[in-house]
Write a protein that binds this ligand. Structure first.
Ligand code: FPP
Ligand code: MG
Length: 325
């Protein structure tokens, strides 16, 4: 397994439009409250990839694209994402994100709660400026799904059918729903037909699933320097993800399933479990599953003829799959 990271190469036109999204985000976060501005810049300026905004722009380019018509949906999705991260770190009591200290740690919990709400309200304002009211509907449904999924953890590692059902419900809600909304809203802004919007929604959902599976794999095989947060975090917190589910399914005598019935794992248990999950093929099986899900997303694009925008959506899938392996 190589640890090279694929870089996304943007056309000059897409790079310029992404700059416009960046400028819009930075502009929107300017508030009369210095605290909101500082905490907002802290999270918005922490160097995310803006993948969701890019997906919205490129999806629109499969239809009739103008930046003006797509900018607001692209900005909205990044604001929703930022809001959810601030709230998520608060709920998880995480110290760092993307290598940076989190908002509730730098300021306090109340600030994180309010900044998250503020970002979410900014997103609502952006949605309202989109050229089609379906954009509001798409994003509000996504936020409902994201919020509800936070309340439904994966509870079991076995039987595998139940574990997979819970895992896909979880990652579908917490990650794929926003990718789906980004691409569907993009296609709405690009004046796509209902069939085209549906195809883009499927593509977005599936690459969102693949993205989260990769994230969950990286939590096992990557390191703190790459992740911007400690590796093995999911295990330490008792969060059940795909590599563990697959590893448990490879044999009932490995004792892995039982580990999760007790208290939080110790550092030794985490290290041992990571080793066992690798040995039992949990990582390899998960990589194969991420590829399979991504392929399904790519197949949804078959309804579109070849175009530079379609090539870019294919590139993004490669990028998502090759992020670190
Ligand atoms: C990350 O999960 C989870 C999310 C990004 C979704 C969190 C959603 C909410 C807190 C609901 C509030 C939503 C809005 C829009 C205000 P994780 O903890 O598994 O991943 P991590 O490693 O990135 O922290
Ligand atoms: Mg978290």
């Amino acid at each position: 397994m190589t640890h090279t990271t694929k870089q996304l190469v943007l056309s000059p036109a897409l790079a310029a439009d992404m700059q416009a999204v960046e400028a819009q985000l930075m502009h929107r976060i300017q508030s009369q409250s210095e605290l909101i501005t500082a905490a907002g810049q802290h999270i918005i300026g922490s160097g995310g990839k803006r993948l969701r905004a890019m997906l919205a722009l490129v999806a629109a380019q499969l239809g009739t694209y103008t930046l003006k018509d797509t900018l607001h949906a692209a900005s909205a999705v990044e604001l929703i994402h930022a809001a959810s991260l601030v709230h998520d770190d608060l709920i998880d009591d995480a110290d760092r994100r993307r290598g940076r200290i989190t908002v509730h740690t730098k300021w306090d919990q109340g600030v994180a709660l309010m900044v998250g709400d503020y970002l979410f309200a900014l997103a609502a304002g952006e949605m309202a400026l989109a050229p089609d009211p379906r954009v509001i509907q798409i994003f509000s449904e996504a936020v409902m799904t994201i919020s509800a999924s936070e309340l439904h953890p994966v509870l079991v590692t076995t039987p595998i059918e139940t574990a997979l059902e819970q895992y896909y419900a979880k990652i579908g809600g917490k990650t794929a729903a926003l990718f789906e909304a980004a691409t569907a809203a993009g296609m709405v802004c690009g004046r796509g037909t209902p069939e085209q919007i549906k195809a883009l929604a499927q593509y977005g959902y599936d690459i969102g699933l693949a993205f989260q599976i990769v994230d969950d794999i990286l939590d096992f095989i990557s390191d703190e320097a790459t992740l911007g947060k400690p590796a093995g975090n999911d295990l330490r917190e008792g969060t059940i993800t795909l590599p563990l589910i697959y590893a448990v399914s490879q044999g009932s005598s490995n004792g892995l399933a039982m580990l999760f019935e007790g208290d939080e794992l110790t550092a030794e248990q985490v290290a041992h479990t990571i080793q066992q999950v690798e040995q039992l093929g949990g990582i390899e099986l998960s990589i194969a599953e991420a590829r399979r899900v991504a392929e399904r997303g790519l197949a949804a694009l078959d309804v579109f003829p070849p175009s530079p925008a379609k090539d870019m959506l294919i590139e993004i899938v490669d990028y998502v799959l090759d992020r670190h392996f």
